[in-house]
Design a protein around this ligand. Structure first.
Ligand code: ATP
Ligand code: MG
Length: 183
């Protein structure tokens, strides 16, 4: 699956509906300090199911909702959608048949998050399952944040193994086995 578009609305500084195309394998985002570059990466982590506000540089999860400015009132909700090309049919289960896969998360001011795959409401863990073994989870290695290289260099062997298992696609089966054993 290849990420082709990001759509944000009411998320951090992206108050108006904004579509960010990802037209090729290598895309650079440039702009002055504070213009919202890191907010784009926060949006990707968030839609993939990040539940820790501190990982998104906030104090509470509602901090991702646009909080108003001198001439704009605060937004009532935040929404982020990732669109993936799935013409190779790599997505798991029922999703493999779709040429395009959209993954969306919406958060309202009362703190309720809803998740959708291709406009069908799903559980957070269905999103987790969709990306397990691809490296693109909310904590996957597809997003290398500041400090992560240092963390990898200093990681204990058992921590490194988690990354290797994710890269090899083994983590999906390990998780299934753990679930079966716990039943
Ligand atoms: P730098 O080059 O310094 O890393 P950047 O382009 O990565 O900057 P971001 O950190 O993505 O910038 O954006 C920070 C901006 O987002 C700040 O101006 C901040 O006020 C704004 N912002 C963050 N959360 C919200 C929110 N909930 N509502 C409105 N604006 C927000
Ligand atoms: Mg930044």
């Amino acid at each position: 699956m290849r990420l082709t578009q990001l759509k944000l609305s009411g998320f951090k500084s992206f108050v108006d509906p904004t579509t960010i195309p990802v037209p090729s394998q290598l895309v650079g985002v440039v702009g002055p300090n504070g213009c919202g570059k890191s907010n784009i990466i926060d949006a990707v982590r968030w839609v993939l199911g990040e539940t820790k506000a501190s990982e998104l540089r906030g104090e509470s999860m509602q901090d991702v909702i646009f909080n108003g400015s001198a001439n704009r009132k605060a937004a009532g909700r935040a929404s982020v959608e990732l669109v993936f090309d799935n013409t190779e049919g790599r997505a798991i289960g029922q999703w493999s048949l779709y040429a395009e896969i959209s993954v969306r998360r919406v958060l309202t001011k009362d703190g309720t998050s809803s998740y959708f795959i291709n406009n069908q409401q799903v559980r957070r863990r269905d999103i987790h399952d969709l990306f397990l073994g691809t490296g693109l989870g909310s904590r996957g290695y597809a997003i290398i944040g500041q400090g992560m290289i240092n963390r990898l260099i200093e990681a204990k062997p058992e921590e490194l193994r988690v990354y290797l298992e994710e890269a090899a696609g083994v983590s999906r089966y390990k998780e299934r086995r753990r679930e079966t054993e716990n039943r």
